[in-house]
Design a protein around this ligand. Structure first.
Ligand SMILES: Nc1nc2c(ncn2[C@@H]2O[C@H](COP(=O)(O)OP(=O)(O)OP(=O)(O)O)[C@@H](O)[C@H]2O)c(=O)[nH]1
Length: 491
């Protein structure tokens, strides 16, 4: 039986007469008169003819964003003459809700709506005038609390954005920040890779829900069988807001049960874009332990947070790629492409700075110059490609024998310099012997073993890079003259 009492007039708007029949069968008793209109135009005309106590707009089967429908329904909402509005919106097309709310307050139910729940919603809205609205003071207090909550979440998200070094950390902090909204028990950020694959970037769980586990994967999420059922996957693929107010409405009993077990009653998912109208970047998911009726301000706040988050993630990705590029450019600028050793310019700059450091802290610094013996004959006998391989092998062998604080630079051709920090002449000589022995004992790919000759010097207290390099070069030439495959200490 209707609790609304007789005398109420309702107007149901949907092009399909069977939808009206269904609504009438479920809720007809609540009204003394229930009219139907097949579109916004007819509904506006009907409202102009006489008072309506409840306007029910059913958008089942209507694509969100259809410009003709949007214009018509927005006009209807603006000319409602004070009548409360109930929007019936199917799960999967919930992008209608913020769109319609922009034109005036309304209540909504997400379909499929069981008859009893539909009747309850209708009765509730019809009862409002009879019982009187909550007193004005209570309404103000509720609004104030709602705005305070929105302000708090905005601030937490801003804070998260201000203190993140990379996309992964940013995503983690954003998920934690979004969890601070009342009723939110789980948040997740899904992001598309440059190749278009959607992956789970971060999640924050206050209900032990493991989204990766639930979906059975963390990568390539759009290949999940839940792609057309689960709100964040729908939001990421359709690029629209998706609101689910009861897990059963997804049409996947196993998924619904899994969410129920984690106390999830409502899921809001928002698409992410790097810029308004730009390509889709992914989605944010918020799971609530309660079913709420969102207001226009709440939808607007979440939409603007999604916009900020999309922008921040796009910026962070760009920054990451920029840093990688800068690293690569620095490498190209400072590395010898054949051997991977630092090049002459970087070697000389490093020697300059190490000399300054050694002088400032009074620590020993040594340099070793070495050159491959008779390398010309390797090229002549085996060819340049094998000569190149030999150069790479010599550098790799020596790099493996140096401390991390020592640096190997290719100065020209087959001449190299080792900068050995915290090293005296005596220690550098031992090191040079070790390097000489290592090369003499290492077979090379495609050619015979080679040897190296080395000159060693400790940097004198007032000595600059140029003179110490001259001294080790002189010692190296002496080693060559003395028969090669040997170490000479500089004067
Ligand atoms: N394959 C290859 N050879 C190089 C490269 N840079 C220099 N060389 C060769 O290294 C050889 C150096 O020859 P020389 O300066 O005569 O010295 P050497 O034959 O090693 O004789 P000593 O230094 O006196 O023992 C030349 O044949 C250069 O062409 C390189 O990048 N790749």
């Amino acid at each position: 039986m209707s609790q609304s009492g007789p005398g109420h007039t309702g107007l149901f708007v949907h092009p399909d007469a069977t939808r009206y029949q269904h609504f009438r069968a479920a809720c007809g008793e609540a009204f003394a008169r229930l009219d139907a209109a097949s579109g916004a135009g007819g509904a506006i005309e009907r409202m102009a003819r006489g008072h309506v106590d409840l306007l029910v707009i059913d958008v089942a089967g209507c694509l969100p964003g259809d410009p003709v429908l949007v214009t018509g329904l927005s006009m209807l909402l603006r000319t409602r003459n004070g009548a409360p509005v109930l929007v019936l919106c199917p799960y999967g097309h919930t992008a209608w809700l913020p769109e319609l709310m922009a034109h005036g307050p309304l209540q909504y139910r997400i379909g499929p709506v069981p008859d009893a729940a539909l009747r309850g919603a209708v009765d509730g809205l019809l009862r409002q005038p009879a019982n009187g609205p909550l007193n004005a003071q209570q309404q103000l207090l509720d609004k104030e609390r709602e705005l305070r909550e929105l302000l708090t979440i905005q601030r937490s998200v801003q804070r998260a954005m201000a203190h993140a070094e990379d996309s992964a950390r940013l995503a983690e902090q954003l998920c934690a920040a979004l969890c601070s909204f009342p009723g939110v028990r789980h948040t997740a950020l899904l992001l598309q890779r440059p190749d278009g694959e959607l992956r789970l970037l971060a999640e924050e769980s206050r209900n032990h829900l493991d989204l990766g586990g639930l979906l059975g994967r963390e990568d390539n999420l759009l290949a999940s069988p839940l792609r057309d059922a689960f709100p964040p996957l729908l939001a990421a693929s359709a690029g629209e807001l998706v609101l689910l107010d009861a897990p059963a409405k997804m049409g996947d009993p196993a998924l619904a049960l899994a969410l129920h077990r984690r106390d999830v009653q409502m899921v809001l998912a928002l698409p992410l874009r790097g810029e308004p109208g730009g390509p889709l970047l992914g989605a944010i998911s918020l799971m609530f332990d309660r079913s709420l009726q969102f207001t226009r301000e709440q939808f607007a706040c979440f939409a603007s947070l999604a916009q900020f988050i999309g922008f921040a993630l796009a910026m962070s990705e760009l920054r990451g790629r920029n840093d990688a590029l800068a690293d690569r450019l620095t490498q190209l600028d400072t590395r010898d492409p054949l051997t991977g050793a630092i090049n002459r310019r970087a070697g000389e700059a490093l020697l300059d700075s190490e000399i300054r450091r050694a002088r400032r802290y009074g620590i020993a610094l040594a340099v070793i110059a070495f050159d491959i013996d008779n390398f010309r004959s390797v090229n002549d006998v085996y060819g340049y490609p094998i000569g190149d391989q030999a150069l790479r092998a010599v550098v790799a062998t020596l790099q493996g024998r140096l401390r991390v604080s020592d640096t190997l630079a290719r100065m020209r051709g087959e001449e190299f310099l080792v900068i050995a920090t915290h090293t005296t002449a005596a220690d550098a000589r031992k090191l040079a012997e070790k390097l000489r022995g290592a090369i003499a004992g290492t077979p090379l790919p495609g050619c015979e073993t080679v040897t190296i000759s080395l000159g060693v010097a400790q940097v004198a207290p007032d000595e600059g890079a140029l003179t110490v390099i001259e001294r080790v070069d002189t010692a190296l030439r002496r080693a060559k003259r003395a028969g090669r495959n040997r170490v000479e200490l500089a004067d």
